[in-house]
Design a protein around this ligand. Structure first.
Ligand code: GZL
Length: 322
């Protein structure tokens, strides 16, 4: 090989090496850029919750996000620990479904100090410092409670002795669904809540509380209003075991719009459900991506809900995705 062709070959080899190095650097960088997001979930207390978890997980895998998932089993202290662990691991962003409204400032300040944006999903928090979270994506729970009350007023001609099954004490949907319902029945003097207790958003809780109330202060019940479908399904069981016909002797209505509620409406045991959409994955990750780009987000995005009752249930059942 003469010097000239040797130099040409050498040149080609160095170009090849250089482009190989650039290519591997680019792919290393791409691998580096894979987002890591921590999701601090409440638990698995209801069918709604399971659908929400599923929506976040499937959206993460669709977008190639490395998701760190934590189930707090209904305890705020576990959620706070999970958020701290996400901060320590240096995640890019945190999605938090806060079990209760209060007590979040210290840990959210830690996230802010670490420059990790926090997107709240499905439940809000009470704080004077709204800069502690990037945005909240949730339904309007007061409106849901009011829609339930308006439906019941219409159905009963403004006359009902109501057992209220509340959600988890201190949780935004429990507080606001109570508030909205009370406001909705206010104008109807013959609509009264005769007993009200928490069933913790669980089917077992709804059953046990209804059983107990039917033996005591709730004995003259004509309607059960449950803050979620799972508790209503539990109440239906308790009513049947007490020899009553839910859906006929006692009107039963609730919130969420899960498949089980539609099946119970088709079976004429549940009368009405106010939808609360749990499929928040796409919106949550849109918000995460925008927050990481430094875009300004609205403090709250309200998810729209609809009312369904036994008249619309059968036609809607095949369309239900959760
Ligand atoms: C609603 C949510 C509630 C659902 C329940 O956004 O936080 O929690 O209504 C659930 O079913 O457990």
């Amino acid at each position: 090989m003469n010097t000239r062709s040797f130099l040409t070959k050498l040149g080609a080899t160095s170009i090849a090496i250089a482009s190989f190095t650039v290519a591997s650097l680019i792919s290393l960088h791409a691998a580096d850029k894979k987002l890591t997001v921590g999701f601090a979930q409440v638990g698995a207390e209801s069918a709604w919750r399971t659908a929400e978890t599923e929506s976040i997980k499937s959206e993460a895998s669709k977008r190639g996000v490395n998701l760190k998932f934590s189930d707090a089993q209904g305890k705020q202290e576990n959620q706070i620990k999970a958020v701290r662990a996400f901060i320590a691991q240096g995640v890019d962003a945190i999605i938090l479904a806060p079990v209760v409204e209060t007590g979040w400032e210290p840990v959210l300040r830690e996230a802010r100090r670490a420059k990790i944006p926090v997107v709240l999903v499905d439940r809000g928090i009470k704080t004077a410092d709204e800069s502690l979270f990037a945005t909240l994506i949730a339904s309007d729970f007061v409106a849901e409670g009011r829609m339930a009350a308006e439906w019941l007023a219409k159905k009963t001609g403004g006359k009902a002795s109501i057992i209220e099954l509340q959600g988890t004490p201190g949780a935004a949907p429990a507080i606001d669904r109570k508030k909205g319902f009370e406001a909705g029945i206010k104008a109807h003097h013959e609509m009264k809540i005769i007993a009200s207790q928490s069933g913790d958003f669980r089917r077992s809780g709804g059953k046990e509380v209804t059983e107990a109330l039917l033996k005591g202060s709730g004995a003259s019940v004509t309607a059960v209003y449950a803050h979620n479908d799972d508790m209503a399904l539990g109440a239906i069981q308790a009513l049947e075991e007490a020899g009553k016909k839910p859906g006929t002797d006692v009107i039963v209505l609730s919130i969420d719009g899960v498949k089980g509620a539609f099946e119970a409406m088709v079976a004429a045991k549940l009368n009405c459900t106010v939808e609360c959409n749990p499929l928040l994955g796409p919106m949550a990750f849109d918000a995460v991506e925008k927050a990481l780009k430094g875009e300004k987000l609205p403090k709250k995005t309200v998810v729209q809900d609809r009312v369904f009752d036994s008249n619309s249930a059968a036609a809607e059942l095949p369309n239900r995705r959760y």
